[in-house]
Design a protein around this ligand. Structure first.
Ligand SMILES: [Zn+2]
Ligand SMILES: [Zn+2]
Length: 267
C-alpha cells in the first residue's frame, strides 16, 4: 500500500496545501487543496473519497475536482463520510448556490457524485485493484469528525490518521489493539497558542505528549506530525523536540517526524 501526501498543512501559502492523501491510485483521504496538484487522469482514477469532517481545509477541492473530472468518469465518485458531514456538504456546498448539486448532475440516474454514510467503529472495504480495509476511528473536534486506520484487505499493518482532534482516549484504546505501521497525527498549534488549540479542539505540543503517552509502551512506530500552521511549523517541531529532550512522557523515546508534502509513505 502506498500513501502519497498531497497536502498536510494547516493553512495555505506557497508550497503549503491542506489535508489530502492519495492511497494507491483510487482512494482519497480528505480533499484539501493538495488535490489540485493531481493530473486530470490521476483525479479521474479516484473511485472513493473518505472524509474526516466538513471543515473547508479538508473538503475544498472536492467540488472543484468533480467539476474537473466528473465527465471523464463512467461512475459517480463515491464520497464516504459521517452523516453530519454529508448533511453539511449538501446544505452548504452542493446547494446550487456555492456549487451545483452534482448528486443530480448531469442526471439524477447518472450523477457525478454519490454520498455514503459511515459511522465510527465501522469497517469499509474499498479499492478497485488493491482492496483496502478502512476502519472509522473516533475524533474529538468542533464538528462531528473521525480518523481512519487503513490496511490492505489481505492483511498487514495499518496506516493510521487521527484527523483533526483534541484529546481522545477511545482513539488510543483502539489503535493499541491493532498493528500500526505509522501514525499521522495533527498538532495544529504551537504551545504559545495552547488556549486557542483547546478552544478549537486541536492539539498543541503538550496535548500531543498527553495523547502519545497512551501508546502501549511495547509498541514502536514512526509518528508523523501534520496540520501545522505554516507560520508555526518550526516552532511546533522545536517545542516537541524540547519536550522530548526533557523526557516528557509520551514524547521521550518516540520516533517523531514532521510530515512533508509530496512524500510517499510505502509499507
Ligand atoms: Zn477541522
Ligand atoms: Zn483541519
Amino acid at each position: 500500500m502506498q500513501v502519497r501526501v498531497l497536502g498536510c498543512s494547516g493553512a495555505i501559502a506557497k508550497d503549503c496545501r491542506t489535508t489530502s492523501f492519495l492511497v494507491d491510485a483510487d482512494l482519497l483521504v480528505d480533499a484539501g487543496t493538495g488535490v489540485g496538484d493531481l493530473t486530470l487522469d490521476e483525479m479521474a482514477a479516484i473511485d472513493d473519497v473518505v472524509l474526516t469532517h466538513s471543515h473547508l481545509d479538508h473538503i475544498a477541492a472536492l467540488p472543484l475536482m468533480l467539476d474537473a473530472v466528473g465527465s471523464r468518469r463512467t461512475r459517480p465518485l463515491r464520497v464516504h463520510a459521517l452523516a453530519a458531514t454529508i448533511d453539511a456538504l449538501r446544505a452548504h456546498v452542493f446547494n446550487n448556490v456555492i456549487w451545483p448539486n452534482f448528486e443530480r448532475i448531469p442526471s439524477p440516474e447518472s450523477p457525478f457524485v454519490s454520498f455514503h454514510e459511515i459511522a465510527v467503529g465501522q469497517c469499509l472495504e474499498l479499492g478497485r485493484d488493491a482492496p483496502k480495509l478502512i476502519e472509522v476511528l473516533p475524533a474529538v473536534h468542533t464538528v462531528p469528525a473521525c480518523g481512519f486506520a487503513i490496511r490492505r484487505a489481505e492483511g498487514g499493518a495499518h496506516w493510521v490518521f487521527s484527523g483533526d482532534t483534541e484529546r481522545n482516549p477511545p482513539f488510543w484504546e483502539r489503535i493499541n489493539a491493532i498493528d500500526v505501521a505509522m501514525l499521522v497525527i495533527e498538532t495544529a498549534f504551537s504551545s504559545r497558542e495552547e488556549a486557542l488549540a483547546e478552544r478549537s479542539l486541536h492539539l498543541s505540543p503538550v496535548a500531543l505528549a498527553h495523547e502519545l503517552a497512551h501508546i502501549d509502551p511495547g509498541k514502536q512506530y514512526p509518528i508523523y506530525i501534520t496540520h501545522t500552521k505554516p507560520a508555526e511549523t518550526e516552532e511546533i517541531m522545536s517545542q516537541i523536540e524540547m519536550l522530548a529532550g526533557r523526557e516528557v512522557a509520551g514524547l521521550a523515546q518516540r520516533d517523531i517526524r514532521w510530515l512533508k508534502a509530496d512524500g510517499v509513505l510505502t509499507f
